[in-house]
Design a protein around this ligand. Structure first.
Ligand code: NAP
Ligand code: MG
Length: 403
């Protein structure tokens, strides 16, 4: 059978540890035999980042801007232990942070749902996608511990030197704590556009919620910017697509989310997104079944798995022991990127291939063949635990039948 052709390359960002091993297996077993894979390859493994003083990360993000689509393997974010393990010149920053800053994107996380694994909230029969605004607020705050007798004010000095002051609190009777934080209209607007584009792209409703009743300027500005961009740029497109944008108070949103059946995007401010994405991921069962895509406001897409490099499994692998690591989220990063490439290049065969590969993967698990993490969760009776490679081979058997 002739291989499926690609018109334009996609950017391939290789990574670290167990996911690097899985990356190669996916390519060898499930992609290269079927697709004439055109990628511009960047090695974001820690060794190469250290060799290039992290320039390779910046280059990969610039290439993503150029080509519009990237697929990324999980990478190590160095800490003190990694400094010695890899003999690093510097404690390089998180590649995801660097890429996100260059693409100015929003991260959307979506669980992959399979029969046999029931979410802890059993009414969630469709995925809930969390969109997290990844700029500012408490993540870029200034904070102080202050002594009794301290009067604390917010002071803003404008370009002409005019000062505005606002009392935070007069600590007359106790020591205390204060915190200052910010966000930028520009960043909120980018976030809103990424969210609305992604809703159109995936044909799903989008919900946004803040605490605007209490935070009448800060949170209210988020609400206002979303509404204005929606009304002027997206309302008609949404109506045409038959999807809805809806704003509500965060308290109301959490109640509705719990009662819902899923199937929408939930846009969250930075802190809410941090916390809620962990809650949603846990409720759906496994981090290894969570996909992630970074979408920039001008329509650039970078796909990856939400989990890390699965270090514990990698050390087992290095000792020659068998591993049963779940490759599904990494596999879906590839299918997401290939489908998007196919959409942009108008090569429906590539989209079809991505659909078939996803179908074969889900079918494999639903027929009872799965890795250890899912084996522990699945309620199927005929389930069978397989190793990392055998899972991919089982997917390939089913893929062949679909092609
Ligand atoms: P992790 O790699 O996500 O793994 C945490 C644990 O979750 C694993 O030990 C494993 O549990 C389970 N797990 C995660 N993915 C799995 C999979 N695909 N199949 C089976 N089990 C899976 O997180 P971490 O151990 O905290 O971080 C390891 C490295 O990844 C760190 O260096 C961190 O910087 C990096 N990281 C990268 C990204 C990214 O690139 N996006 C994200 C997060 C972390 P058991 O051990 O119990 O089997
Ligand atoms: Mg978190």
């Amino acid at each position: 059978m002739a291989k499926i052709q690609m018109k334009t390359p996609l950017v391939e960002m290789d990574g670290d540890e167990m996911t690097r091993i899985i990356w190669q297996m996916i390519k060898d077993i499930l992609l290269i035999p079927y697709v004439d894979l055109k990628t511009e390859y960047y090695d974001l493994g820690l060794v190469e980042r250290n060799n290039t003083n992290d320039q390779v990360t910046v280059d990969s993000a610039e290439a993503t801007k150029k080509y519009g689509v990237a697929v990324k393997c999980a990478t190590i974010t160095p800490n003190a232990a990694r400094m010695t393990e890899y003999d690093l010149k510097e404690m390089w920053k998180s590649p995801n942070g660097t890429i996100r800053a260059i693409l100015d994107g929003t991260v959307f996380r979506t669980p992959i749902i399979v029969k046999g694994i029931t979410p802890y909230i059993p009414t969630w029969t469709k995925p809930i996608t969390i969109a997290r605004h990844a700029y500012g607020d408490v993540y870029k705050n200034s904070e102080l511990k202050v002594k009794q007798g301290t009067k604390c004010e917010l002071v803003a000095t404008d370009a002409s030197g005019n000062e505005v002051r606002e009392l935070i609190y007069d600590f007359a009777d106790s020591d205390g704590i204060i915190q200052g934080m910010h966000n930028k209209d520009k960043s909120i607007a980018s976030f809103a556009r990424s969210c609305f584009n992604f809703a159109l792209d995936t044909n799903q409703d989008i919900w946004f919620a803040t605490k605007d009743t209490i935070s009448k300027k800060y949170d209210h500005t988020f609400k206002d910017i979303f509404q204005e961009i929606y009304d002027t740029e997206y309302k008609e497109k949404f109506e045409k697509a038959g999807i809805e944008y809806f704003y509500t108070l965060i308290d109301d949103a959490v109640a509705r989310v719990v009662r819902s059946e899923g199937g929408y995007i939930w846009a969250c401010k930075n802190y809410d997104g941090d916390v809620m994405s962990d809650m949603v991921a846990t409720a759906y069962g496994s981090l290894a079944m969570m996909t992630s895509v970074l979408v920039s406001p001008d329509g650039v897409y970078e796909y990856e798995a939400a989990h890390g490099t699965v270090q514990r499994h990698y050390y087992k692998h290095l000792k020659g022991e068998e591993t049963s690591t779940n490759s599904v989220a990494t596999l879906f990063a590839w299918t997401g990127a290939l489908r998007k490439r196919g959409e942009l290049d108008e090569t429906p065969e590539l989209c079809k291939f991505a659909d078939n590969l996803e179908k074969a993967t889900i079918q494999t698990i639903e027929e009872g063949v799965m890795t250890g993490d899912l084996y522990a969760l699945s309620k199927l009776e005929n389930k069978q635990k397989v190793n990392t490679e055998d899972f991919l081979r089982a997917v390939d058997e089913r893929l062949k039948k679909l092609m």
